[in-house]
Design a protein around this ligand. Structure first.
Ligand SMILES: [Zn+2]
Length: 331
């Protein structure tokens, strides 16, 4: 019986991956040729620009989906999993994988599977295995010896079970964090609070946003302010809070900050309860798209009547991302 942890069925059939692939190839070529840091930075920018476009197209795993994967992986591994060895089938994913990683994680007990923003943290006494799913990454239990060509990392347990990290587009990340270094890790140290912690409250948002002229929707999607608010969640949370996405962040009242922090938390909680599928889990063609669409109150509903007041939903591009709101319900 093959267990299967996947966040997003649609990821396997991306509509137009050519540009992202091109950018990824550009990055690899740049790395291989050891060109200047400047051209490497350019390649990253190209990829980032195309990834922004692609996120809306494919609905990459958002925080609720990653939390669902975390829970599934924790349950599958069980309380006494010991890693016999890790095998790297290639030296890199989005970034090079530390070559010392297999040696460090070998014979380690899995103490916990945690999540920070969209990073999975597989904790062992020797350190932490960091895994980011990128756009198409999945962790799954596979039959020992079985291997798909997109299985780039194999995790063999002492009890004989095998887990594979499968990632056709290879935008995922695998890294190793030494004990005590988590808060200083380059991918984690700039992250804002988790939306489910006490730190994320109206007072915090109000304080952070003072004198900021950037649109509140763009501000809300800044991972340094709070983690896990993707493009769809930002539009939906602002609708719930009755705040227009184009307003300057610094102009929000303290009461509006209270409403918005609650709306973000509730929305993400509901999505996790639904297995990460309420808001951003897309389904394949002919699948359950109808159910999924019903959960949107404003997102992707341009010109359709507001579900509260019947005024037509408006849309514009804000910070490069599609944005939707009701001009009557949101002030
Ligand atoms: Zn309305």
């Amino acid at each position: 019986m093959e267990h299967f942890i996947q966040t997003n069925a649609r990821c396997n059939s991306l509509p137009s991956p050519t540009k992202v692939d091109f950018a990824t190839e550009l990055i690899r070529t740049t790395q291989n040729l050891a060109l200047t840091a400047r051209s490497f930075r350019f390649a990253l920018d190209v990829k980032a620009a195309y990834q922004v476009v692609s996120e809306d197209e494919v609905g990459i795993p958002e925080l609720p989906e990653v939390e669902t994967v975390r829970r599934d992986l924790e349950a599958l591994l069980g309380p006494s999993a010991v890693i016999r060895r890790v095998r790297l089938m290639r030296p890199d994913l989005r970034f090079p994988i530390p070559p010392t990683l297999p040696r460090k994680v070998a014979r380690q007990r899995v103490l916990a599977v945690r999540r920070r923003a969209k990073y999975l943290l597989i904790e062992t006494p020797a350190g932490i295995l960091l895994s980011h799913l990128g756009m198409t990454g999945t962790w799954r239990e596979v039959r020992p010896g079985e291997r798909d060509r997109h299985d780039h990392v194999l995790l063999e347990l002492e009890d004989g079970r095998w887990f594979a990290y499968r990632d056709p587009r290879r935008f995922g990340i695998l890294d190793w964090i030494e004990p005590g270094m988590e808060s200083q890790h380059k991918l984690l140290r700039h992250l804002g609070p988790e939306p489910f912690t006490d730190t994320w409250n109206g007072e915090y948002l109000w304080r952070k946003s003072r004198r900021r002229l950037v649109a509140i929707k763009v501000f809300l999607m800044d991972q340094k302010i709070v983690v896990g608010v993707g493009n769809i969640y930002a539009s939906e949370a602002l609708f719930r809070a009755g705040i227009r996405p184009t307003r300057a962040a610094g102009r929000l009242t303290r009461a509006e900050c209270d409403r918005l922090t609650v709306a973000v938390r509730d929305l993400l909680k509901e999505s996790i309860l639904a297995g990460g599928s309420t808001i951003s889990d897309f389904h394949g063609a002919g699948g359950a798209d109808g159910d999924f669409q019903k959960t949107f109150r404003v997102y992707d509903r341009e010109g359709e009547p507001c579900l509260q007041c019947r005024a037509p939903i408006r849309a514009k591009t804000l910070g490069g991302r599609s944005t939707f709101w009701c001009s009557k319900c949101q002030r």
